[in-house]
Design a binder for this molecule. Structure first.
Ligand SMILES: Cc1cc2nc3c(=O)[nH]c(=O)nc-3n(C[C@H](O)[C@H](O)[C@H](O)COP(=O)(O)OP(=O)(O)OC[C@H]3O[C@@H](n4cnc5c(N)ncnc54)[C@H](O)[C@@H]3O)c2cc1C
Length: 412
């Protein structure tokens, strides 16, 4: 097999084959006969969570499954390998919506939820919190399901690919709504810090962009949820910042000012466009208890001269608490601090440990789909249900068919 890389091409997979089954039966056969295997989504993760050294990567994009909506329109069952672009378009066509989205619509629902992908908003949980059931093919090639009341769901909902190949995911849905977004640029860090809670609560989803060794933050992206397409008045100036009057970058970002359906506004990037730094990047992200937000940000500002030379930019968001065992917002209101790095691979890896040490007083949890240095001891301390998670993994996959070095790092 020609080497397959992840999206940002910071590594090549060490699996020796890729299978693309075209039916559930074929998928079951492929999984049952594989010695080692792992599902891949759209390969946008920055670490090797989707790898299976010497094994088989399983790509479900040709399974040919369809979406179905429950009779009460409270849930929709989505083919797990569908991208969010396709999922939101199909839901919107039926007058339905998801509660929130991450910044990137290109990624698969299965891959995103497996790594606890999140958007922003004081009342918005990670995307996996909308999961009301899953269907998967287990290590023996058998189809298993877990419904909303399953005791396994809090483990499966952020599953790191450890349980098997997810084929369908049932998500909570709601009636479609509108979103209006505006971007404000440039205010002193001190103004941002003094008004932190008010700023983060000032819209349905608030995303704050910055570097650390600078006097001013770059900008704040506010997304208002609206019942209709009627625009609301927003000030031209807020907390000393000026509203961007035109677009951010046309062909890349979703539309500012003009309200539109949630499906065309909640993600930052448009489907099909090259998002973020176009893959010329690495990412890492840490989640701290929201109560420590200012101290954690100040700890990073204190090492800003080390961070900024390697940084495209940082995105800072709030995430509501949940009960999902490996969620970075498990049982705590959360601040997420994301780093989009220049592709300075050695320098960025060298910075991860100092950043993790600087954040240690605030008990940081990592983003499961991005780069981090934590080992078993830190992960076990930060995720109180980690060992319960591993017990469920061993029940679904007793011989470790879906194990890999990334998952091995979680074990004693
Ligand atoms: C430009 C960019 C922007 C991003 N923005 C955000 C953001 O706003 N918020 C955020 O939280 N994260 C963000 N991310 C991270 C991204 O959401 C995660 O890396 C996500 O996992 C990518 O999904 P994927 O489909 O590429 O999964 P992959 O990288 O292909 O796989 C990730 C994991 O999911 C598992 N998996 C995939 N498919 C299945 C399946 N069918 N069954 C079981 N397991 C499966 C894999 O085995 C692996 O463990 C961003 C990433 C990029 C590149």
């Amino acid at each position: 097999m020609a080497p397959l890389a992840n999206w940002s091409e910071n590594f090549e997979f060490e699996a020796t084959s890729v299978e693309q089954p075209s039916s559930m039966e074929q998928l079951q056969e492929v999984v049952a006969s594989a010695t080692m295997a792992k599902a891949i989504g759209t390969r946008h993760s920055f670490n090797r969570s989707a790898d299976s050294p010497g094994g088989t990567l399983i790509d479900c994009s040709e399974l040919g499954l369809e979406m179905s909506v429950a009779a009460d329109s409270q849930t929709a069952t989505i083919p797990a390998r569908w991208s969010y672009s396709k999922t939101v378009a199909e839901l919107e066509a039926r007058g339905l919506a998801l509660k929130n989205l991450g910044s990137l619509p290109h990624i698969s629902v299965a891959g995103a939820t497996a790594t606890a992908t999140h958007g922003s908003g004081d009342t918005n949980q990670i995307l996996s919190a909308e999961i009301a059931g899953v269907e998967l093919v287990d290590a023996a090639g058998e189809i298993r399901t877990a419904e909303a009341n399953s005791a396994d769901l809090p483990a499966l909902a952020v599953g790191l690919g450890a349980f098997g190949i997810f084929t369908r995911i049932t998500l909570d849905v709601q009636p479609s709504y509108f979103v209006q977004q505006d971007y404000y640029r440039n205010t002193p860090w001190e103004t941002f810090i003094d008004n932190f809670d008010e700023i983060m609560a000032s819209a349905y989803s608030v995303n704050f962009h910055t570097k650390f060794d600078v006097p001013n933050v770059t900008g704040i992206w506010r997304k208002h949820r609206l019942p209709s397409a009627k625009a609301i008045e927003v000030p031209d100036e807020l907390w000393g910042m000026h509203k961007v009057q035109g677009q951010l970058e046309a062909g890349k970002h979703t539309t500012l000012h003009e309200p539109g359906p949630w499906s065309e506004r909640l993600a930052h990037f448009i489907p099909g466009g090259a998002p973020s730094a176009g893959g010329d990047e690495l990412q890492s992200e840490y989640f701290v208890d929201r109560r420590h937000s200012i101290d954690a940000l100040n700890a990073l500002r204190a090492m800003g001269d080390q961070i900024d030379p390697h940084l495209h930019g940082s995105e800072i968001r709030t995430v509501a608490a949940d009960d999902i065992w490996l969620s970075p917002a498990y049982k705590r209101e959360t601040l997420s601090i994301g780093f989009t790095w220049k592709k300075h691979i050695d320098e960025v890896h060298a910075l991860l440990t100092p950043i993790e040490e600087a954040l240690a007083p605030f008990e940081p949890r990592p983003h499961w789909g991005k780069l981090f240095d934590f080992g078993r001891a830190d992960l076990a301390a930060r995720f109180p249900k980690l060992d319960d998670f591993l017990v469920v993994v061993d029940r679904y996959d007793p011989n470790g068919k879906f194990n890999n070095p990334y998952l091995q790092r979680l074990r004693p």
